[in-house]
Design a protein around this ligand. Structure first.
Ligand code: ATP
Ligand code: ATP
Ligand code: MG
Ligand code: MG
Ligand code: MG
Length: 258
């Protein structure tokens, strides 16, 4: 109750405001998704349905919280970037990340059946979250470069690993073959042993996914004679792009960070 003699304990709450002008990023990630993906028989190395489910949850987050201007994800993780001037929950890190991660998680559970109509969700998935405070745009760019580089490295490694396993190697054996190999060697292994040109794999697997709002035509209503009436609306859109930290990408989307 307000103004009770117990209220002093409120002052013991951890203060965690991310100061302006730092840019706020919230990253969520699946907890123990190695197990979750096995349990739910995800296709390896990339289950497209699971990735589309993640993208759809990210789009729902952007619809729910207009202060988020950009997001990037791959595998079981997603990073959400708030606009520079955001005052969302007084910029308190714990409020922001708990809202995003719980909304993302409940959306994941609700949407599961749309992406896996034949597969029952067998236990409640959980996601962890953290806040990254980027002092400058350059730091944000380095952050995005880091996440996209991890996407690339994991995807390339996992593609090799699962090709070896599918061709009869034991998991331990496949691990040993790949140990210490460099990017170039892994590309060669894919091409020479399996005829796979890494660059030809789907963009979503190699580059991850961006979700941000773009103007799209939507039908708002129908006129009396049944003609659809369309208007431009800002809607979350999924985009795959080679270098999301590069000048070229941000020149095309500079309005996102105003
Ligand atoms: P932690 O709790 O530390 O995050 P984790 O088991 O989730 O542990 P990660 O490093 O996050 O470990 O790895 C995610 C796991 O989920 C990987 O094993 C990855 O292959 C699997 N995974 C996630 N998304 C997919 C997908 N779309 N298709 C196939 N496997 C996936
Ligand atoms: P905030 O986002 O700041 O938490 P809030 O709307 O959740 O805002 P609270 O002070 O947390 O505000 O109040 C919770 C609200 O939910 C109250 O209006 C309360 O009456 C309602 N509520 C919660 N649980 C129940 C319940 N079991 N039965 C009826 N009403 C409930
Ligand atoms: Mg994980
Ligand atoms: Mg992960
Ligand atoms: Mg409440």
């Amino acid at each position: 109750m307000a103004n009770s003699k117990y209220e002093y304990v409120k002052s013991f709450e951890v203060e965690d405001e991310v100061m302006f002008p730092n840019l706020i990023v919230v990253r969520i990630g699946g907890r123990d998704f190695c197990r979750f993906s096995e349990f739910h028989e995800f296709e390896k190395p990339n289950d497209e349905r699971a990735l589309n489910l993640m993208n759809s949850c990210a789009a729902a987050v952007l619809e729910e919280y207009p202060d988020i201007v950009f997001s990037y994800g791959f595998s079981d993780e997603y990073s959400f970037i708030f606009k520079r001037t955001s005052k969302f929950y007084q910029r308190r890190a714990s409020k922001m990340m708990s809202l995003i991660v719980s909304f993302f998680t409940s959306t994941y559970v609700i949407k599961w059946k749309d992406f896996f109509p034949q597969k029952k969700l067998r236990y409640p998935p959980s996601f962890h979250a953290r806040v990254i405070s980027c002092a400058t745009l350059e730091v944000l760019q380095a952050y995005l470069a880091w996440r996209q580089n991890d996407c690339h490295i994991y995807n390339q490694y996992n593609t090799c690993f699962w090709m070896l396993v599918k061709c009869g190697k034991a998991e331990k054996e496949a691990q040993e073959i790949l140990q210490g190999t460099k990017k170039q060697e892994r590309n060669e292994l894919l091409f020479q042993q399996f005829g796979i040109n890494y660059r030809k794999l789907p963009d979503m697997f190699r580059q991850g996914s961006c979700v941000f709002k773009t103007e799209v035509e939507v039908i708002v209503k129908y006129s009396e004679n049944g003609t659809p009436i369309k208007r431009l609306r800002r809607k979350p859109t999924v985009v795959h792009s080679e270098n999301i930290s590069g000048r070229r990408f941000w020149n095309g989307h500079s309005s996102l960070l105003n």
